[in-house]
Design a protein around this ligand. Structure first.
Ligand SMILES: Nc1nc2c(c(=O)[nH]1)N[C@H]1C(S)=C(S)[C@@H](COP(=O)(O)OP(=O)(O)OC[C@H]3O[C@@H](n4cnc5c(=O)[nH]c(N)nc54)[C@H](O)[C@@H]3O)O[C@H]1N2
Ligand SMILES: Nc1nc2c(c(=O)[nH]1)N[C@H]1C(S)=C(S)[C@@H](COP(=O)(O)OP(=O)(O)OC[C@H]3O[C@@H](n4cnc5c(=O)[nH]c(N)nc54)[C@H](O)[C@@H]3O)O[C@H]1N2
Ligand code: SF4
Ligand SMILES: [Mo]
Length: 748
């Protein structure tokens, strides 16, 4: 996910380059865009104290990394609808009526109410939901305070995106690897589809690999933009990626295409794995995935023989009922083919030795074991909870020097659905306070009806936001957050890479907007524990974290584009892998001890439900928006005004659907309204639903929530039974049974 173009020597310690095109009256700053989560290096132009333009970096390494969401940022953050002052709810929750209050007043009341809830119900009654990349300046301080207070109930959108993948990767080889794009021969995309306005740095990397003769394999039910440029495209049936990976594994093992020396010396469980793979002959895999068996075998041979190859992270396998097995199978393919921690393969980076990591800031060791044991969901779905990751503590210390590696902040989370159930009063104990910072919690997970019930059952909801999102509309307090133009930042590669990138503050925040750093500091003060956040300012905090470099943040941010630890491959030869056995665990001792199948497996889809004959997936990112955000920006709404589903011409014909008509999409969980888009690159029977739609310009408050109840994909997504992954308990968003109900009869 992080926006590094390279992990080779070219990026390590890259310094800033002199800036051409300086114009009189215009100052420039070097910033990292946080309008999505990939942190492109950009330049901001500042006139009279305001950012007037965001443009691409002058550094040749980064100059192509920019998109419309970054360019529109100055307009976005100057939007008249931006929340500029603390707001307190007046009237019933969700009444839509607000009163401006001072920060002091707000924080004093929040502190008092939170302390009362903790005194009555225990610290675990306080839940926090966030996605660190939006707030940019949380830096693990939320976890740090929660750990001191005693609450394990932290959740995040990363439970459905990269955070969970990181946690599952750790089960196999102890760290989440990053692709060495610069030196790889072949890229495999499991449904991942970066583009000109979606994760541009990765899109550019793929283009570069292709331009120097590298190979691209894409698995995608649609002929996506990346599938268009692929050397081989497998039109896989949605939700069947784990079966596909089994097919590859079987071919690779049967034909002896794996790295025998590595497997023998560095893995455990190979024979058991081989036996499991034997359950997946090509005919079975072809039947499950809908792909031609010869093509499946061809792809497997290409991956194993044309390497070093990489399988970059993808959210697609984060969000399936077989997610744990799919992610484990990707890990296993990398390992048996000998692509782990080698040039052109995937690197295990560890911590940056000179910079204090967010994992350290978080101080997980201070949370008592008895409180860790209360983490919601860890009994049924432990994989990314404290319980699921506990066996990695000692090996992580042995290999990487610290007990807790919270990679992509996803390794010690509570299970979101379990937290929402507890919030809704469904046990096992009450959760009565929710802090939601830079996360549209109501719309950002599955089973939105449950999340709504959960939020309505809270005694205290505090939201930090830019705009009055549907989540904010349900809060007691809405606190104004600063933006990436208005704060410094030190991007840490999500604790995934040992690569740090600084970002300079370009302008003062408007109104009374504050950073999440300041908000957490005020929270610690309000809870009577100021010593937990001892740094005066964000800059002081960064000075502390980089002290070993011998420079302060000011110098660091003006000198460096990137500060990377020296990359060393095959470190495991000295240390072993950071797993209980010290080897790559093809057969997972951790999953076995947790009572799960220690080998990957494939759960078949439930029988077709005749009432819901179509399959839907949520996804295909929209260039204009990041997740549920951005719908308030007129320039972007003009480009993409409405939520649109995609169906094939065949499906449109079968269900008499007409381009641009409004229909209802329904699942067993709920229904939404959406416009029809007929797309020739969609397979028959599959429906694409975009993520995160609401209309900020429409009526606020409980009954409507600005269209969230009418348009949000989370209304459709279940979070139980056949539609969650067992080990992690995350929802299946790829291939849900649905139907399309016509709202109007088409003219005949
Ligand atoms: N149902 C469903 N759920 C999903 C997904 C899905 O497809 N469907 N996708 C998943 C994925 S891939 C991801 S990455 C996560 C994303 O989860 P998040 O990254 O949490 O994204 P959002 O839920 O859109 O919430 C982000 C909020 O932050 C606000 N914001 C933006 N910048 C700032 C800032 O600088 N400061 C503050 N304080 N707030 C800011 C925005 O206005 C927005 O309301 O969601 C996951 N959840
Ligand atoms: N503009 C913009 N850019 C973004 C984001 C954004 O919100 N807006 N979000 C960022 C974030 S947080 C993320 S996670 C990424 C996500 O971006 P991507 O990883 O590209 O994910 P999607 O665009 O949802 O879907 C990618 C492809 O997966 C295919 N697909 C759907 N179901 C399946 C399946 O079951 N198996 C397989 N193999 N393929 C399937 C879809 O047809 C689609 O072409 O985008 C990032 N970039
Ligand atoms: S891809 Fe676009 S939105 Fe994301 S960081 Fe880069 S410029 Fe910003
Ligand atoms: Mo994501």
């Amino acid at each position: 996910m992080p926006g590094v173009p390279s992990i080779g020597p070219s990026a390590a310690g890259s310094r800033s380059v002199p800036r051409p095109h300086q114009r009189p009256g215009i100052e420039t700053r070097k910033a990292l865009c946080a309008s999505c989560d990939i942190a492109c290096s950009v330049v901001t132009e500042v006139q009279k104290g305001r950012v007037t333009r965001v443009r691409s970096s002058d550094n040749p390494l980064f100059k192509d990394n920019i998109c419309i969401k970054g360019i529109v940022a100055p307009k976005n953050f100057a939007n008249p609808d931006r929340v500029l002052y603390p707001q307190r709810r007046v009237g019933e929750r969700g009444s839509g009526r607000w009163q401006r209050v001072s920060w002091d007043e707000a924080m004093a009341d929040i502190g008092q109410r939170l302390k009362k809830i903790i005194a009555e119900h225990g610290p675990e009654a306080w839940a926090v939901s966030t996605s660190q990349w939006n707030t940019g300046t949380d830096h693990g301080l939320g976890r740090r305070i929660m750990n001191h207070v005693g609450s394990p109930n932290w959740i995040s959108g990363v439970a459905l995106c990269a955070g969970n993948t990181a946690a599952i990767n750790r089960l196999t080889y102890g760290w989440y690897p990053w692709p060495d794009y610069d030196n790889t021969n072949l890229i495999v995309l499991f449904g991942h589809n970066p583009g000109k306005n979606s994760w541009v740095p990765i899109y550019n990397q793929i283009q570069r690999v292709k331009a120097r003769g590298g190979t691209l394999i894409v698995l995608d039910p649609r002929k996506s933009e990346c599938a268009e440029m692929a050397d081989l495209w497998l039109p896989i049936k949605a939700g069947t990626d784990a079966a596909m990976a089994f097919g590859w594994l079987k071919v690779i093992l049967d034909e002896g295409l794996y790295d025998k020396t590595f497997v023998e010396r560095w893995t455990v469980g190979f024979e058991a794995l081989k036996k499991r793979a034997d359950e997946f002959p090509l005919e079975r895999v072809a039947k499950i995935t809908g792909c031609d068996p010869a093509m499946i075998a061809k792809a497997a041979r290409m991956y194993a023989t044309m390497g070093p190859s990489v399988i970059p992270w993808t959210p697609i396998t984060d969000q399936q009922r077989n997610s744990t097995s799919a992610i484990r199978l990707q890990s296993i393919l990398r390992a048996v083919c000998g692509y782990i921690d080698v040039p052109g393969g995937e690197a295990l980076m560890g911590f940056h030795p000179q910079i204090v990591s967010e994992s350290e800031i978080e101080m997980h060791h201070v949370l008592p074991e008895s409180q860790k044991a209360k983490q919601l969901g860890s009994d049924q779905h432990p994989a990314f909870t404290y319980r699921g990751q506990a066996a990695l503590r000692e090996p992580c210390k042995r290999v990487w020097g610290h007990e807790y590696a919270n990679q992509v902040t996803g390794c010690f989370m509570a299970n979101p659905s379990a937290v929402f159930r507890a919030m809704a009063g469904e046990g096992p104990y009450p959760v009565k306070a929710l802090f939601s910072f830079g996360n549209n919690t109501l719309m950002g997970f599955a089973n939105m009806p449950l999340i709504l019930k959960a939020m309505l059952n809270q005694e205290l909801i505090v939201v930090q936001e830019h705009v009055m999102t549907p989540t904010a509309q349900l809060a007691d307090y809405v606190l104004p957050g600063d933006s990436w133009l208005e704060r410094p930042w030190m991007f840490d590669g999500y604790g995934w890479l040992s690569i740090y990138k600084p970002s300079q503050k370009s302008m003062e925040p408007p109104g009374e907007c504050k950073s999440t750093f300041e908000l957490w500091k005020l929270t610690a003060n309000a809870l009577g524990m100021p010593e937990v956040v001892p740094w005066k300012t964000l800059e002081d905090f960064y000075d502390y974290r980089i002290a070993k470099l011998g420079i302060g943040f000011e110098e660091f941010s003006s000198t460096y584009e990137v500060h990377a630890d020296k990359l060393e491959f095959r470190k495991y030869e000295k240390t072993g892998f950071a797993t209980p056995s010290g080897k790559v665990e093809l057969h997972s001792s951790i999953l076995e001890d947790l009572g799960f199948d220690p080998l990957p497996y494939f759960r078949d889809e439930p029988p077709v439900d005749p009432e819901f004959p179509l399959a839907m997936f949520t996804g295909v990112r929209e260039g204009e928006y990041f997740q549920t955000g951005g719908r308030h920006i007129p320039e972007m709404r003009a480009r993409r005004p409405e939520p649109v589903l995609f169906v094939s011409p065949g499906t449109a014909h079968r269900f008499r659907l007409v381009e641009h008509e409004w229909v209802e999409v329904e699942t067993r969980t709920g229904k939404i309204e959406i416009m029809v888009g007929v797309r020739s690159n969609m397979p028959d029977g599959l429906v694409r639903i975009p993520h995160g739609w609401w209309k900020p310009e429409t009526e606020q408050g409980l009954g409507k929530l600005s269209g969230a109840l009418r348009y949000a994909d989370a209304m459709l997504c279940p979070d139980d039974g056949d539609f969650i992954d067992r080990e992690q308990g995350i929802p299946h968003l790829k291939g849900l049974p649905c139907r399309i109900n016509k709202l109007f009869e088409a003219p005949r």
